[in-house]
Write a protein that binds this ligand. Structure first.
Ligand code: UDP
Length: 496
């Protein structure tokens, strides 16, 4: 029986439209699962390779009767000059193809609209990734409430908001620290650490960001992968700005409880679950540094070598995730030439490609997480209750570092000074030296009073995160509120 036929008379139907980048589609799929667990019928718009990725993690849930289905459309690789099978930013052979990828996603609009036209009942809501503009037009055309799925947090939203209004960054030099005005905490940044949207040299990006602002202002509301207790002051401010239509429903990664699900999240893991757990089980509690820089950062080999040398010198057990894609051959040659794995075999584990991050972080052996401060990773670190070593690379990652180090006080910075530009990584000119990594790792892992207090705060936040998503918790209640708000919309529409 088709899912449409099986829909209960009063059951809500949401159309979920993810975007092709792991940092975006992973939490979107988590959200879809959570919505379905709250009784909403969910249709996920997808394309062939993405169906396989989303399918493997949702299979179990769908088998058990959760009302989720996929709406798969072909992807126009050839038409936009993309390699066959390339549906995600991390699969692009070079960053110059990002625009083509976005165009290929935009070409799904027609097909989605045809699908809606042929339905007996309109979907009650469209939730689309913040970077997709066309769902705004589709929602307007069919008069369906559209919610933006924002892959970031309220702290980031408010940093962007005050910068956009005050333009304070325009009056300072590149590396001159300035305070972001009107925020609940004193947040100091430099212009070189701001997201690309605030770089006047990047006109194309500025125009796109203006469109995103308009798209967001026209949406019914915003769903955020965060929880209120983590950043209450910023949630309140953001709600004021959005007329209350902000729903913090995270941490979304907590919708997976089983190891078998955790290991399948995102992409196929490059390490066998048992091998990974066996290694972790052999380490002392709270002793391991886990170093992973997300799914799309393109760190130069010279910089990765500094990190590797620091992990070796720290004399602590470590997991180092070496992402495949950007100059992999160079870094692999170095690993071979210096016999890095042999040198560190008593305490190091290299994962080449995709690490089962949730599985790793939830293991008691993990004592610290060296992260690039992508929001998903940062929040996953918070959930795990471990302190963070922060090494932001680009976009809003320097904001996340400030949140972690200065507001939540659960992290130590390696001291990165400026954003790295996609496609221009080799021109960045900044190299964080191994001594700086070692210093930050030592601070995070040290057994003295400061380290102990940082660990305690991290653990407390981890507990709060887990509570937020449980029945009665703030995120659980927000999910209920979101569903009620859409029900009210549906009622109003039926009456008019
Ligand atoms: N991730 C993973 N294994 C890896 C690399 C990344 O599971 O080897 C997941 C990670 O758990 C997170 C997402 O990919 O959920 C990355 O999102 P994030 O916002 O941290 O960074 P981005 O990749 O967007 O820069």
């Amino acid at each position: 029986m088709a899912l449409e036929e099986s829909q209960q008379p009063n059951q809500l139907h949401f159309l979920v439209i993810p975007m092709g980048s792991p940092g975006h589609y992973i939490p979107t799929i988590d959200m879809a699962k959570l919505l379905a667990q709250h009784g909403v019928r969910v249709t996920i718009v997808t394309t062939p390779v993405n169906t396989l990725r989303f399918g493997s993690i949702l299979d179990q849930a769908i088998q058990s009767g959760l009302p989720i289905c996929f709406l798969e459309f072909p992807f126009s690789y050839n038409e936009f000059g993309l390699p066959e099978g390339c549906e995600s930013i991390d699969d692009l052979p070079y960053m110059g193809l990002t625009r083509a990828l976005m165009q290929a996603y935009a070409s799904l609009q027609k097909r989605v609209e045809q699908y809606i036209e042929n339905l007996n009942r309109m979907p009650n809501c469209i939730i689309a990734d913040t970077f997709l503009l066309w769902p705004g037009e589709t929602a307007k055309k069919f008069q369906i409430p559209r919610i933006i799925f924002d892959g970031m947090n309220c702290f980031t939203q408010m940093c962007n908001h005050v910068l956009y209004l005050s333009k304070v960054y325009e009056t300072v030099g590149e590396s001159e620290p300035f305070v972001l005005p009107g925020l609940p905490d004193r947040i100091e940044l430099t212009r070189s650490q701001l997201p690309f949207a605030f770089n006047p040299k990047l006109k194309g990006i500025n125009d796109f960001n203006e469109k995103l602002r308009v798209s967001e202002s026209e949406a019914f509301g915003v769903v955020v992968n965060s929880f209120e207790e983590l950043e209450q002051g910023y949630v309140d401010e953001y709600k004021k700005d959005k007329g209350d239509k902000v729903w913090c429903i995270g941490p979304l990664s907590l919708c997976y409880k089983d190891e078998s699900e955790k290991v399948q999240r995102g992409k196929k893991s490059s390490i066998n679950k048992h091998e990974c757990l066996k290694w972790l089980d052999s380490q002392e509690k709270g002793s391991v540094i886990y170093a992973c820089l997300g799914s799309i950062s393109r760190v130069e080999p010279a910089q990765l070598i500094e990190l590797a040398l620091a992990l070796e010198s720290s004399k602590r057990p470590f997991i180092w995730v070496v992402r495949a894609g950007h100059k992999t051959e160079k870094i692999e040659n170095w690993i071979d030439e210096v016999d890095f794995e042999e040198r560190t075999k008593d305490r190091g584990l290299l994962i080449r490609g995709w690490a089962p991050q949730l599985l790793v972080l939830s293991h008691p052996a993990i004592g610290g997480f060296l992260t690039h401060c992508g929001w998903n990773s940062t929040l996953e670190g918070v959930v795990a209750g471990v302190p963070l070593v922060t090494w932001p690379q680009f976009q809003e990652q320097f904001y996340n570092e400030k949140l972690v180090v200065h507001v939540l006080r659960i992290g130590v910075s390696v001291g990165a000074q400026k954003t790295v530009f996609w496609g221009d990584e080799d021109k960045s000119g900044e190299v964080v030296k191994s001594e700086e990594f070692i210093k930050a790792i030592e601070e995070v892992m040290e057994e003295g009073k400061e380290g102990e207090e940082r660990r305690k705060r991290a653990k407390e936040l981890g507990k709060m995160a887990n509570k937020a998503i449980e029945e009665g918790g703030s995120s659980y209640q927000n999910m209920t509120r979101l569903i009620e708000d859409i029900k009210n919309q549906a009622r109003t529409r039926n009456l008019s």
